[in-house]
Design a protein around this ligand. Sequence first.
Ligand SMILES: Nc1ncnc2[nH]cnc12
Ligand SMILES: [Zn+2]
Length: 351
Amino acid sequence: MNTASPTPSLPADLKSFIEDMPKAELHLHIEGTLEPELLFALAQRNNVKLAYDSVDALRAAYDFSDLQSFLDLYYAGAAVLQTEQDFYEMTAAYIARSRADNVRHSEIFFDPQTHTERGIGIDVVFAGIARALREARDTHGFSSGMIMSFLRHLSEDDAFATLEAALPLRETYSDLWIGIGLDSAERGNPPEKFARVFARCRELGFHLVAHAGEEGPPQYVVDALDVLHVERIDHGVRSEEDPALMQRLAQQRTPLTVCPLSNLKLCVVDDMRKHNLARLLHAGLAVTVNSDDPAYFGGYMNANFLAVAEALRLSRTELVMLARNGFEASFLPAAEKQRLLLELDSYCTAT
Ligand SMILES: Nc1ncnc2[nH]cnc12
Ligand SMILES: [Zn+2]
């Protein structure tokens, strides 16, 4: 159990600077954007019985003691997603919310196994998410990528079966499907468990990322790099416990996709003022700010930026470094990355 930190309030000009700053989000589980209101609406539409009888009762249950206590509710909540339209509406709602935070690019995790094990076709999952992302790109210039993630509490054979089921869709979603990730319960499910399937994904030319060093030890970060050959580490905050790893991450500029409000809600830190994000940044690591599962953790991108800005008293320069790292660590093509970085520069010059 943790409580929100009492933090000094931010000067109004710094607050609006953060809110209007262009951002990239690189660590976002689309199933974790399912707000209780939509969750209840979908449950009613699809005749799914929920364990809570109101939106308020469900929200009140979002009081987590660790990652597993959250995952139990997250997987139960995802059961309301049944049709292509459901996945579309969830994704469209996330995009609308993110555009309000001036997110310009988002690389989105999705967990097909959460749905296929309930009998939902993997094609349904891809189609609903992709329809919303393409619409946002074509209508609003909101760019995005899809990162299919394997659930690490399941077997590697299961991950291989998911990959086999998804590969026939690769051509159809070649404009969006950019990578492979690894998420779910970290402790006891080390990176080596997925060495073979990640090697195959690497051969296939996907970008690779993995959750590591959220609850798990720094050695999992080392193994994600050396065994899985990932390009970014999702979370990675426990890397600080290993000085040699810290040096390596700084030297290689391996991006860490840090999720401050998630870390607070899942008791990875007990007070935002103790979060190591600023220390990691000052040690030269390519730290980025992200929202992880915003419907469950109390905020989207701006809420995460504002929380660390307040609690850690970050300067404008530090905040811009974080935003810049987000664009630089993205898997965008070089020209597009450059265009967005220039936009960030112009914003800073003009503001
Ligand atoms: N923060 C997190 N860590 C691991 N798996 C997740 N799945 C959704 N959110 C997650
Ligand atoms: Zn995550």
